[in-house]
Ligand binder design. Structure first.
Ligand code: ZN
Length: 197
């Protein structure tokens, strides 16, 4: 039977970018902490999760009342532009740039080898939104990482949005190849936003 350390390791293995050895280190770390720390961690996790919602328009995860996130409900933003990103944390990278438009969180990238191109992402919801709002939008900015799957996602989304009369751009060179958007430095992201193509 699986012991507690194995159970904990298995839970940590689900974290993004965490491998088996790191997951096991986390498990031992937890077990070496004071009980008060572990109790605080457990209750913070439970409360944070209970107060988290997915925005009904952009799919960003946020804390607050269910419905629209603070960005979608902000009437001072330029609602003619939508930047499409892979995940909620990528939006934080944009907060340090001059970009003042709206967002859409795709919820993942579309792997090159995937047969059903839109499975596991919100690509269909994006198409629906663009279809509905294309009259009062001027630009969709595709902001995916410069990785093979990021490039692939860019071309699949371009194809899906092609039937709608709207300008589609992608982040220009300026970010290093392989960089995850959430780790991009603000100056490079700003530069690639200005040079979008
Ligand atoms: Zn939103």
């Amino acid at each position: 039977m699986e012991d507690r350390i194995e159970q904990l390791t298995r839970l940590f293995l689900k974290f993004p970018g965490i491998g088996a050895r790191q997951a096991k280190r986390f498990a031992y770390f937890i077990l070496s902490q004071e009980e008060s720390y572990v109790k605080n961690l457990a209750s913070t996790l439970t409360t944070a999760r209970a107060q988290a919602h997915t925005c009904t328009l952009c799919y960003k995860i946020f804390e607050g009342d269910p419905g629209l996130c603070n960005i979608c409900s902000d009437t001072n933003r330029d609602n003619k532009k939508i930047a499409v990103v892979e995940k909620s944390t990528d939006i934080d990278a944009f907060s340090k740039t001059d970009y003042n438009g709206l967002f859409f969180v795709l919820g993942g990238l579309i792997p090159i080898v995937q047969k059903n191109i839109v499975a596991n992402t919100k690509a269909n919801a994006l198409v629906e939104r663009v279809k509905k709002e294309s009259q009062n939008k001027t630009e969709i900015i595709l902001a995916f990482p410069l990785t093979p799957n990021g490039d692939h996602t860019d071309s699949v989304i371009r194809e899906l949005l092609a039937p709608y009369q709207i300008e589609i751009s992608s982040l220009g060179r300026g970010l290093s190849v392989g960089t995850e958007l959430e780790y991009a430095d603000p100056a490079s992201l700003e530069a690639s936003l200005k040079k979008r193509e």
